[in-house]
Design a binder for this molecule. Structure first.
Ligand code: ADP
Ligand code: ZN
Length: 605
């Protein structure tokens, strides 16, 4: 068996290659080197797994994610692929057994940590074996530009000298050109063919709204979600992960906090549960990151702004690796912007670095406040032009109105000016709305000409206007006086009415109560109501089988396969074999059990 297309069907159970996969696989099978830049969930693994199976000898996969190797090996085992891992977690005896398999060529894929390659005698051992391909996973680890730099990765260049006839394929989801240059140069792969896939994640729905009452909003969002799969809620601080997780538990969710301050044992138990349980939610700081490759993460929620669009793309990218509909959701407010600005300004970084960070924050705010398709803005930031709006973000699903907001901007800017550029958003908006509070009177702000000029809009609407002015650089936040609002450098033209400001219109509190409210997009139902019962039934069966074998549920079947099963209801093994994700081994393992279950379900209904 050496035809890639045949392997794709028989082993993996997929009918066709996706996007550039076919070209990449052909190139590597022919012996060419390749650098593959593909988003998370794009299907990078097949790009080296299939060449490993198609070429003589076995494939060596260098990966820094030791925690996940075992799951990968077991998933391959489920497909009838002979895979093993050598890392610090296996015993000496297991290692000797794997070494025997390597020498005898009784192996398809070998996963190793980078430091293992350079351990005593290992390269010599590899020279005695027949190797079909080297795959370098998470190849951006070779670059100091990224945040995952691994010094051992630099030494991997030696593979080019030691094994000149073995093709190498480096894969990563990090796309920027500096990292790309680093990878090619540092791995001695200058001549490699570079494959760049689109970074669009069409199955991810983007939704962003104003932070009004974050817990209530989060709870509402979760109510609209399916209970299966897994979810991640990101917050900035350790305290917040704990209190939000406790809140979700109170609301009946299976939620766990995760941050770098927890002890290592608890952290790894939490990660373990996250990888295995259905319906689990982890509330985490960004310490929860590298190595989360559970494919059925159904949502990622941000309760705080990420640092940049790169970080946002990476964090939200953990949703929907299996290609099934997934939602990423974020709420934020002006205070969050002030917080990030103070991180940037208060850090010890060089001025040059701070300038870069400020530009990145501006790009992020531009994305958050855009009136048009979010996917277009996001992809443009990564250098991809997408001519049509996507139809799967909140802006496309419930378009916002824009209006000439010059007068509103003038009112807000004047209020900031007249109160002495010393107050935060809450107070400034209170003055605008004509509040009669003790604080307002104490400062004499009830006597200002601007007091009450903004009565026609409520606090949510004024906060929206304020965020837009901050995003446009017209209002700044003072870091000495934490969060105090100040005028930006270019406001004079606006105050004089020479420059107009276009704003998006935010729904008021009242409008929110009566309508479903803009910003709340309809979730595309992944599973039609008629199939829902059988789908849940099959999901339970999958969980039982997974528990018996101590595997994560998705290694039995992915959601996409279950969904098709619920739709097509195959009653024979032949029909079952035609499902996507069902190859020879899965058919033999599970075909009978699932076909029986489908028959019984039909009879019972
Ligand atoms: P990456 O490593 O790029 O994040 P994976 O290799 O884990 O992505 O693939 C993501 C998902 O897409 C997996 O569930 C995989 O089985 C599925 N997949 C990959 N290639 C195909 C294909 N040609 N047809 C159908 N599903 C595919
Ligand atoms: Zn869109």
């Amino acid at each position: 068996m050496s035809d890639p297309q045949q392997i794709l069907q028989d082993v993996f159970g997929y009918a066709a290659f996706r996007g550039a996969q076919a070209a990449i696989v052909d190139h590597v099978v022919e012996g060419g080197d390749a650098l593959v830049l593909m988003p998370t969930g794009g299907g990078k693994s097949l790009c080296y797994q299939i060449p490993a199976l198609a070429r003589a000898g076995f494939g060596v996969v260098v990966s820094p994610l030791i925690a996940l190797m075992q799951d990968q090996v077991r998933a391959l085992d489920e497909l009838g692929v002979k895979a093993r891992a050598i890392n610090s977690s296996i015993s000496g005896q297991e290692r000797r057994e794997v070494e025997r398999m390597m020498r005898q060529g009784d192996l398809d894929l070998l996963y190793v940590a980078p430091e293992r390659i350079f351990a005593e005698g290992f390269l010599d051992l590899l020279s005695e074996c027949r190797i079909g391909v080297f795959a370098i996973d998470e190849a951006h680890c070779v670059s100091q530009w990224g945040h995952d730099f691994r010094p051992e990765y630099l030494k991997l260049a030696v593979l080019a000298d030691r094994f000149p006839n073995v093709p190498r394929i480096a894969v990563t989801a990090t796309a920027d050109s500096a990292t790309r240059r680093d990878i090619l140069e540092r791995l001695s792969m200058e001549h490699a063919r570079v494959f760049v896939a689109s970074f669009d994640r069409p199955n991810i729905q983007y939704r962003i709204g104003p932070k009004i009452a974050e817990r209530k909003q989060l709870h509402e969002f979760l109510t609209e979600q399916d209970r299966g799969g897994a979810g991640i809620v990101y917050c900035l601080s350790r305290d917040r992960t704990e209190s939000i997780a406790a809140f979700l538990v109170e609301k009946g969710y299976e939620a766990l906090p995760y941050h770098a301050g927890l002890d290592a044992g608890l952290r790894s138990r939490t990660l373990e549960r996250f990888l295995r349980e259905d319906g689990i939610i982890v509330v985490a700081t960004i310490a929860f990151g590298l190595g989360i490759n559970r494919p059925d993460v159904r949502f990622v929620a941000h309760l705080d702004l990420p640092r940049s669009l790169e970080a946002y793309y990476q964090e939200t990218g953990r949703a929907g690796r299996d290609g099934e509909p997934s939602t990423v959701w974020m709420v934020y407010g002006a205070e969050d912007i002030a917080k990030i600005r103070s991180f940037i300004e208060g850090s010890d970084a060089a001025e040059e670095q701070k300038r870069v960070e400020r530009r990145k924050l501006d790009a992020l705010l531009g994305f958050c406040e855009t009136a048009t398709c979010r996917r277009q803005v996001l992809l443009r930031y990564f250098g991809e032009d997408r001519p049509e709006p996507c139809g799967n973000c909140d802006r496309c699903l419930s378009p916002v109105e824009t209006f000439d907001g010059t007068v509103e901007a003038q009112k807000l800017l004047s209020t900031i000016y007249r109160t002495g550029e010393r107050f935060g958003a809450g107070h400034v908006i209170d003055v605008l709305r004509g509040s009669d509070s003790e604080k307002i009177r104490r400062f004499g702000h009830d006597t200002l000409s601007v007091h009450g000029v903004g009565k026609d809009r409520d606090d949510i609407q004024w906060r929206s206007i304020l965020r837009q002015l901050i995003a446009a650089g017209l209002v700044e936040t003072d870091l000495e006086a934490y969060g105090a609002l100040k005028l930006g450098p270019e406001v004079r033209a606006i105050l004089r009415g020479e420059r107009h400001v276009l704003l998006t219109r935010e729904a008021s509190r009242k409008e929110r109560r009566t309508a479903a409210g803009p910003g709340r997009a309809a979730r595309k139902a992944a599973i039609p109501d008629g199939d829902r019962g059988l789908f849940e039934h099959l999901r339970t069966l999958r969980r039982q089988l997974a528990e018996e074998r101590q595997l994560p549920p998705y290694t039995v079947f992915h959601d996409a396969t279950l969904r098709e099963m619920a739709a097509r209801r195959p009653r024979t093994l032949d029909a079952f074999a035609a499902l996507p994700g069902v190859g020879t081994a899965k058919l033999a393992h599970y075909g009978e059990t699932f076909v029986q279950a489908i028959r019984a379900f039909a009879a019972g209904n």
